[in-house]
Write a protein that binds this ligand. Structure first.
Ligand code: DHB
Ligand code: MG
Length: 226
């Protein structure tokens, strides 16, 4: 079922983004080139790009982990906030996406800071834990919905007290909220949200966000590790 575009939400989104988000030519190019290359048009909206980089600045990040690179749009926003000698590791399981993302990272002059690992997060994350990789200051989860809980559990082990974990797309499509028994993806997300809300190690909130053209409401999760 196609949802009607929500004009008011769209206007609010554009209003906020025009006033508060400055996107330079490199980021504009990355969006245009991603589209040209046929990547799905599901990069984070501009107001979320600004929000996550704003939060990354507050975290004073030396190390950022991203799950789900796609065309590296959010990667570039986040990597730009890194301290001198900071590092962002981003996991992408699609080789073709990773190749385009790498081009974009080079274009953004960030190849010394950004490492794209072409690997499924379900195998990459436990290896990172086993290898005792240094803890991350901020983690951005923006990948498939089905494995969110597993990603989160691994990410907690890659966190220190105070690490900020951001999770995109926590309000699924559909006419009803928290009741979508036939929608596989929605079931996963609502169950994930319940898990998040009741996790003793985490302090969390979901903030509504406005998605691309339709003006549909989604949500971004902000999670602080205690
Ligand atoms: C969609 C949006 C996202 O931000 C994402 O990560 C995956 C899918 C979507 O609108 O379908
Ligand atoms: Mg997303």
């Amino acid at each position: 079922m196609m949802e009607e575009p929500n004009q008011r939400n769209n206007q609010i989104k554009e209003y906020i983004e025009e006033l508060f988000v400055e996107e330079d030519d490199i980021l504009k190019y990355v969006r245009a080139h991603s589209k040209e290359k046929g990547l799905p048009d599901i990069h984070i909206p501009l107001h979320l790009a600004k929000l996550i980089s704003f939060l990354a600045e507050l975290q004073n990040c030396s190390r950022i982990l991203e799950i789900g690179t796609l065309g590296a749009y959010s990667t570039i926003w986040l990597a730009r906030t890194l301290k001198h000698n900071g590092k962002l590791i981003t996991l992408e399981m699609d080789r073709k996406n990773a190749k385009i993302a790498q081009e974009h990272v080079i274009k953004a002059n960030l190849s010394d800071k950004v490492e794209i690992r072409v690997e499924n997060a379900l195998s990459a994350l436990p290896k990172m834990i086993q290898n005792k990789e240094e803890k991350f200051d901020l983690i951005f989860i923006d990948a498939d919905k089905e494995n969110r809980k597993e990603y989160l559990d691994y990410c907690i082990q890659l966190s220190r007290p105070g690490t900020l974990i951001l999770v995109d797309n926590l309000i699924p499509r559909g006419p009803t909220i928290n009741h979508e028994p036939n929608n596989h993806e929605a079931k996963f997300i609502y169950s994930f949200n319940h898990y998040l809300a009741h996790h003793p190690l985490l302090d969390s909130i979901i903030i509504p966000s406005i998605v691309q053209k339709q003006g549909r409401l989604d949500g971004i999760g902000m999670v602080r590790v205690r």
